[in-house]
Design a protein around this ligand. Sequence first.
Ligand SMILES: Cc1cc2nc3c(=O)[nH]c(=O)nc-3n(C[C@H](O)[C@H](O)[C@H](O)COP(=O)(O)OP(=O)(O)OC[C@H]3O[C@@H](n4cnc5c(N)ncnc54)[C@H](O)[C@@H]3O)c2cc1C
Length: 323
Amino acid sequence: MGQILVLAEHSQGTLTAVTGELLAAAARLGEPSAVLVGRPGTGDALVAALGALGAQRVYVAEADEAETLLITPAVAALEAAVAAAGAVEGVLITASIAGREIAARLSVRLAAGLINDAVDIESTDDGIVATMQALGGAYIVRAAAKSLPVVTIRPHSIAGTVPATEPERVDLAISLNGAHAAQITAVHAETAATDRPDLMSASVVVSGGRGLGSRENFTLVEQLADVFGAAVGASRAAVDADYCDHNRQVGQTGVTVSPDLYIALGISGAIQHRAGMQSAKTIVVINKDADAPLFEVADFGVVGDLFTVVPQLIEAVRTRRQA
Ligand SMILES: Cc1cc2nc3c(=O)[nH]c(=O)nc-3n(C[C@H](O)[C@H](O)[C@H](O)COP(=O)(O)OP(=O)(O)OC[C@H]3O[C@@H](n4cnc5c(N)ncnc54)[C@H](O)[C@@H]3O)c2cc1C
């Protein structure tokens, strides 16, 4: 089995959840190895944590500029790791804005095959095959690369855990001098005004649409989200009408989510909205129009007025939790 390299993501000294997901995906395909990029000291802080997530080898690229340059440090580290590893069969990166750019640049440097936004991945007789959704989820595409596959994977689409290891650490030398990269000159941490989970990686998302009618009514979405410990999403119509903040928008021009459970309230199901949520494992739709297109992808649907249905749902969940 060849190595599958995973770009480890970390923030404020902690690995992000997507790193575990990428390692779980890598373990399906070959020997999971992580590539860790950061300031000097990052390796000491995080190699053991990557072992706990199943990385058998950790390639560590440390440089003073690693966290002040955008994109290029990760590209350089992955390129160096591929060269150091020898037999690499694939590279997995999260399908974030930065991840897609890193993957694209790496593919050019390595003359590798780029596959973006996979929701599933497997090893077959034809090599690594990734599954993507196309045209707003209307088609499922399975793709394989003829050369080394560099694949970005949608967060929360691949689950699983890998047995913990004591990883071998391999230090890489990367040169960032003269790298053509945007420079980060300041970072302003924003304190989240909510303790709800992050929208992109939440396991439950409750979203509201134009059917909510006002910002005031949109609190019903938040109340339902609270009983599930869910993240709050919205359609573009709801965001444009200022029912909630723009960073809540789910869809083609918003965030793509793949939760275990997606509950849509008063959302019709335009293709641009479906593009961002159709890979959710279970979809529940509440809409007063039985012909709303979102019912076509629903696992459970309730045809009814959300202002009648949702308070009852909140009450039922609370009662069941207390029982
Ligand atoms: C280039 C482009 C990009 C776009 N990107 C996105 C995107 O990223 N995300 C996105 O969401 N949209 C996007 N859109 C917009 C998209 O086409 C739709 O206009 C939008 O998704 C509609 O939002 P909605 O479903 O909330 O509103 P509507 O389509 O108006 O639907 C409202 C629904 O609420 C139901 N309803 C009303 N009252 C109640 C009630 N009391 N109880 C129950 N149900 C009720 C109605 O039956 C209806 O189905 C994009 C459009 C374009 C052109």
